[in-house]
Write a protein that binds this ligand. Structure first.
Ligand SMILES: Nc1ncnc2c1ncn2[C@@H]1O[C@H](COP(=O)(O)OP(=O)(O)OP(=O)(O)O)[C@@H](O)[C@H]1O
Ligand SMILES: [Mg+2]
Length: 273
């Protein structure tokens, strides 16, 4: 993040409600969150807190009930549903908890699928898929079907597939949820390498604090709010937990927010009771 940079994603006062059998449930309330190019972010929070909902909004799969979201400065939900679908297809890669690979196709075919659905030639699609599989450490498994791969390997195929169209944003919803810690750590290491190599912005939901620790930026979704997990995270304009207030800020930018919180001058920052 550099001074004055346009965020890749800017959520402004985003509220998401669901109405279910006449009852309204506020899942996300008044969130302000900015994500910059090249960020690698972990989203944590208890089950039902709204992590997947937040990812769906960021991925333009679901519009906020109130508030605004811009993607690279564009108010993205103003697009038609067709325009949004094209946007998603071009700019966003999704990885889900259960990878949704096609079981009867090989790893290579699964990864090249987005190219075949588009109008890419088979040769070019194959070449790109091979490169991506090598990037995620699966050069030796290209012709295996999902049933012939371990859980972690299947997830890495899903990551490679999500990156096929060179998205600017990779959204992963508990990609390690059904894996052991070591395999999960391998997925996080892969995400880190891809983030560092290609600059793709990465947002990952995880339940595991040890995996979250491997991400430079961590936020918690709880009771509809976003709570930054590092002092002075200027991406999140929300309340900062008290225990973080005592932590020594590491960078000058962090100092500013901590000071603002301490003196309660910045109106966008609420102090906890
Ligand atoms: N389409 C919907 N209609 C009504 N309620 C919904 C809908 N989608 C989600 N919810 C509710 O919103 C809340 C947040 O759901 P969400 O899936 O975002 O949670 P989560 O933080 O991802 O949880 P988990 O860690 O269990 O995946 C839940 O209480 C859920 O029941
Ligand atoms: Mg979820």
């Amino acid at each position: 993040m550099t001074e004055g940079e346009t965020p890749l994603i800017d959520l402004e006062k985003v509220t998401k409600r669901f109405t279910h059998r006449g009852e309204t449930l506020t899942v996300l309330e008044d969130l302000d969150f900015r994500i910059f190019r090249g960020d690698r972010i972990a989203i944590m929070g208890p089950s039902g807190a709204g992590k997947s909902t937040l990812l769906q909004v960021m991925g333009t799969l679901d519009a906020p009930t109130e508030g605004r979201m811009t993607f690279d400065g564009e108010e993205i939900f103003r697009r038609s549903s067709r325009g949004l679908a094209k946007f998603r297809n071009d700019q966003i890669g999704f990885v889900f908890q259960f990878h949704h690979l096609l079981p009867e196709f090989t790893a290579l075919e699964n990864v090249m699928m987005p190219g075949l659905i588009g109008r890419m030639s088979r040769g070019a699609a194959e070449q790109r898929a091979e490169e991506l599989l090598a990037d995620v450490g699966l050069a030796g498994r290209v012709h295996h079907q999902p049933g012939e791969l371990s859980g972690g390997e299947q997830q890495r195929v899903a990551v490679a597939r999500a990156l096929f169209k060179k998205p600017r944003l990779l959204l992963a919803d508990e990609p390690t949820g059904n894996l052991d810690l070591r395999t999960g750590a391998g997925i996080h290491a892969t995400l880190r390498e891809l983030n560092e190599k290609t600059g793709v912005t990465v947002v990952v939901v995880t339940h595991d604090p040890r995996l979250a620790e491997t991400m430079p930026i961590r936020v918690l979704v709880d009771e509809g709010k976003l709570i930054p997990q590092q002092p002075g995270d200027e991406r999140v304009r929300g309340r900062v937990p008290e225990e973080l207030m005592d932590a020594t800020p590491q960078e000058p930018g962090q100092m500013r927010l901590v000071e603002a919180v301490a003196s309660n001058e910045e109106t966008s920052v609420e102090l906890e009771d």
